[in-house]
Design a binder for this molecule. Structure first.
Ligand code: URP
Ligand code: ZN
Ligand code: ZN
Length: 470
């Protein structure tokens, strides 16, 4: 199968050129002006952007959490991703208590089998080094292409680990060349505040935010940074929601420490007041860290512009409002934490970031594709358009008007965080390794065609000769 994409504006993190892209089998093989080659399919991209497929480094598909299971599996989640121009993501394997890492990884491989439409890798979420996985086993994961370890510093009594587990995992990462990811909030202090709020009869969704103040995210972020520095490992702070957490990251980066941070689309759009919406609608916005007071949004955009924050993910963790979020109708702490978003990251970053004059088109590509690919061992196979790269491509129409609604989205969730938002600019054609998966409004990709990607170790390139398949 060959595809010639003609006359588009080819935008990468570094370049912005008019030209043609020729795809043979799974790779980009030619980039040039007025390419004179025969192709099975010729796409006229005049007036369109040709972007690298976006890479989402933070998703939770088919994940047991909060007494239920996220509503999108690898099929519906991938359909949502593909319509949003995301062609690769890195999902979290969650080690259950008492489970080995190998068992946990096998469980997550089984979840994607026969369903995947786009490519994905896995992070390993370490929850138990006492009765489950061992440090020795953890050290073997990078050989299986799982080159990042995630630790939760919150969710006491569920996923949270203590500082010893965090630090020991960091030491293993320093030896094996893995990247450590942290959910940085002080889970002990939050637990005290939650219990006190409930004892005082404060049960509404807004108390989710009031019991998780920004200072507790800032404290945990700084703690993780200092521990990683002592352990000697690189660190990536997920879902930074506030200036309190961005500050220690900027201080560490100014010192030249190997520390990076991401924020998520929702923190740039939704503020704390959404949690006060009547009739339990506020529960739709219960995710962790919570939406923050409005002033944090400017701080996050500034952090994205100055590279204090280097990526935007979705933290897609979708639930139904009706039947799942409602588990917490009488107790905010029982509302499953998480929200959908996989389909709308590019829409929203283009609308608010590029069209809003906050970031350039190049920076948008860097935040959504190139940096996630580089940080997570996928580059240059993913995250850019170059000869030899996987032909993961998005033909993006910057003039196409699109209204975001739950009725029209592809997640199984019954609501959308950005309901009713009108954007100008949307993907028109999406290719994964040269195969068209989305053509206009039609999903043409076949379940099972997405591949598991064995990622390179931190700082190493995933070159064309590296084995991509499991
Ligand atoms: O509320 C969230 N973010 N749910 C997913 C789990 C996590 O903390 O990333
Ligand atoms: Zn988290
Ligand atoms: Zn998450």
């Amino acid at each position: 199968m060959s595809v010639l994409i003609k006359g588009g504006r080819i935008v990468t993190a570094a370049d912005d050129i008019l030209g043609d892209v020729f795809v043979e089998d799974e790779r980009v093989t030619l980039i040039g002006e007025r390419l004179d080659v025969a192709a099975d399919r010729v796409v006229d991209a005049t007036g369109k952007y040709v972007l690298p497929g976006c890479v989402d480094p933070h998703t939770h598909l088919d994940m047991p959490f909060g007494g239920t299971v996220t509503v999108d599996d690898f099929e519906s989640g991938h359909a949502a991703a593909a319509f949003g121009g995301t062609t690769c993501h890195v999902d979290f394997v969650i080690q259950s208590r008492g489970q080995s890492f190998g068992e946990a990884l096998a469980d997550w491989h089984a979840k994607r089998e026969g369903k995947a439409l786009i490519d994905n890798g896995f992070h390993m979420a370490v929850t138990d080094l006492d009765e489950g996985g061992t440090l020795e086993e953890l050290a073997t994961l990078p050989d299986q292409g799982v080159t990042s370890y995630k630790l939760f510093m919150a969710y006491k009594g569920a996923l949270m680990v203590d500082d010893e587990t965090l630090f020991r995992t960091m030491e293993v990462a320093a030896e094996t060349g893995a990247l450590v990811l942290v959910h940085a909030e002080n889970g002990d202090a939050i637990d005290v505040l939650v219990r006190r709020a409930l004892a005082a009869g404060r049960t509404e969704p807004i108390h989710h935010a009031l019991t998780r103040p920004p200072e507790l995210e800032g404290e945990a972020t700084n703690r993780a940074i200092q521990l990683a520095h002592v352990a000697g490992c690189p660190l990536y702070v997920v879902h930074v929601s506030c200036s309190d957490a961005a500050l220690p990251i900027s201080v560490a980066r100014a010192k030249g420490w190997p520390v990076w941070g991401e924020t998520c689309t929702q923190y740039l759009v939704i503020d704390e007041t959404f949690l006060e919406r009547p009739d339990f609608e506020g529960a739709k916005y219960v995710y962790t860290p919570p939406p923050r007071p409005l002033e944090h949004q400017d701080a996050l955009w500034q952090a994205l512009r100055t590279d204090t924050l280097s990526a935007v993910s979705t933290d897609h963790c979708a639930f139904l409002w009706d039947g799942q979020k409602t588990l917490g109708r009488d107790d905010f702490s029982k509302i499953p934490n998480g929200a959908p978003g996989l389909e709308n990251r590019l829409h929203m970053l283009h609308e608010l970031g590029v069209r809003g004059g906050r970031i350039t088109l190049n920076r948008m590509v860097e935040l959504l594709a190139t940096n996630p690919a580089k940080l997570f061992g996928l580059y240059p196979r993913k995250g850019t358009i170059a000869v030899g790269s996987d032909a993961d491509l998005v033909v993006f129409d910057p003039d196409r008007r699109h209204t975001i609604t739950a009725a029209a989205h592809h997640s199984r969730s019954d609501y959308n965080l950005y309901e009713g938002t009108e954007v100008t600019g949307a993907p028109e054609l999406v290719l994964v390794r040269g195969q068209v998966v989305v053509d206009g409004d039609e999903l043409v990709g076949k379940p099972g065609s997405g591949q598991f990607v064995r990622r390179a170790r931190f700082g190493e390139l995933l070159t064309a000769s590296a084995p991509l398949r499991a």
